[in-house]
Design a protein around this ligand. Structure first.
Ligand code: ZN
Length: 113
């Protein structure tokens, strides 16, 4: 692992902290607004709010999963390698997206299929 990889790791760790903090904030918000009220008129709005925060949480969990996967790769020594073809992922790509798991070619191929 060279120094550049180390800075990616640091960024991923910071990203993980941020995602966990966001998720905790989301849970607190939900506790402030219990899902089911006795006021029928409010229910539709609350269901909508719950759906939104549910989607948000799922999104955060997905991102957190990606970050954790990327961090696990540092331990395995496979960080920065494409999961499909095994070639090195472009540095510029990792800079833009440290949790990238595919090289740009394989990513394009997946998006096409
Ligand atoms: Zn590839």
């Amino acid at each position: 692992m060279d120094r550049a990889d180390g800075s990616f790791r640091k960024r991923l760790e910071e990203e993980r902290e941020r995602l966990i903090a966001d998720m905790e904030r989301l849970v607190v918000t939900e506790q402030d607004n219990p899902g089911y009220s006795t006021h029928i008129a409010d229910d539709a709005t609350e269901v909508l709010e719950n759906t939104k925060s549910h989607a948000l949480r799922q999104n955060l969990q997905r991102l957190l999963g990606q970050v954790n996967d990327a961090l696990a790769k540092f331990d395995k020594g496979t960080y920065g390698l494409c999961e499909d073809c095994g070639s090195r992922i472009d540095r510029a790509r990792l800079k833009a997206l440290p949790s990238a798991t595919l090289c740009i070619q394989c990513q394009k191929q997946r998006e096409r299929s």
